[in-house]
Design a protein around this ligand. Structure first.
Ligand code: ATP
Ligand code: MG
Length: 269
């Protein structure tokens, strides 16, 4: 299997002083489901933005199909076209992504930018609106949508570009259970059609559902472990260490005196 995106010892600091990633190495294979997990501030969004070519590591490398790239690589029109048509990125905050007058405009924007003619772009937009069940929102501006509807529109604006790799930053946060289930189904359908799916989350239930290769980030912005979802979820000591589960100590009395029980919870339980 081909490695589509990889990091080798990548470190990133905002303003050259706030560390977001520290010596991160990982490989994402073509067609894989890949999950990045970590506590708040561990570097998940930064990691996805490095993979999306939006920010660039100051040390170490980020590679696309085995070739290291930098900000300069995007001055090459052919590289720019290949990368941007292959890798799609769905922001954690949909408001950052949606800027067109209507949802329809949002969905045709990418294809038109790529030089597709209007008729073809329109066919794609209609197809994607149907897939996401957002046809009724077609002529609405994004500020007239609910959070979940915005998320679908933001995902739609990436799907119309038909990228082979889709990076989604906390795609299920703020969605109701039915919409979350819809999204998980959608991610599986996209993955079944051959797309590489990379998801960041701190929701361990989502990690279990996706059953992807899972990379755990620590609060010091390093990689703790990369393994299959079940191995990661079974490693409670490690999940405690990286602050993805926490312990509650309950004390109560029985005939022998005070007894303490330790219960472990995922955040949100
Ligand atoms: N625009 C920014 N400017 C400065 N520092 C930032 C910026 N964005 C993130 N950081 C810092 O970089 C580190 C990693 O942040 P990042 O947003 O990647 O974490 P995250 O794992 O996505 O967190 P969350 O779960 O809260 O979304 C944090 O210490 C954060 O404070
Ligand atoms: Mg984030």
């Amino acid at each position: 299997m081909e490695t589509v995106l990889a990091l080798k010892g990548a470190a990133y600091k905002y303003y050259d002083k706030i560390t977001a990633l520290d010596g991160v190495s990982l490989s994402i294979m073509q067609g894989q489901r890949f999950t990045v997990i970590g506590a708040n501030g561990s570097g998940k969004s930064s990691l996805l933005q490095v993979l999306a070519g939006l920010i660039f590591p100051q040390t170490g490398d980020v590679l696309f199909k085995g070739v290291a790239f930098t900000e300069k690589s995007f001055r090459d029109k052919e590289f720019l076209r290949q990368f941007r048509t292959t890798v799609g990125y769905v922001f954690q905050d949909s408001d950052v992504q949606l800027f067109c007058p209507t949802i329809y405009d949002e969905l045709v924007f990418g294809p038109l930018q790529m030089g597709m003619d209007e008729e073809e772009a329109s066919v794609r937009a209609i197809e994607v609106m149907r897939m996401l069940n957002i046809e009724a929102l077609r002529d609405r501006p994004s500020y007239m949508l609910s959070g979940g509807e915005k998320k679908k529109a933001a995902i739609g604006s990436i799907l119309t570009m038909n990228p082979g790799v889709i990076l989604l930053d906390e795609p299920t946060s703020g969605l109701d259970p039915r919409t979350q289930a819809f999204l998980v189904e959608l991610l599986f359908a996209l993955n079944d059609s051959g797309k590489t799916i990379v998801v960041s989350t701190h929701d361990l239930a989502l990690v279990e559902e996706l059953q992807g290769e899972t990379c755990v980030l620590t609060e010091s912005h390093t990689v703790e472990r990369v393994a299959g979802a079940d191995d990661i979820l079974a490693d409670e000591e490690m999940l405690l260490r990286v602050n993805l589960i926490h312990e509650h100590i309950h004390r109560h009395k029985d005939s022998k005196g005070i007894i303490s029980h330790v219960h472990r919870h995922a955040h949100g339980d």
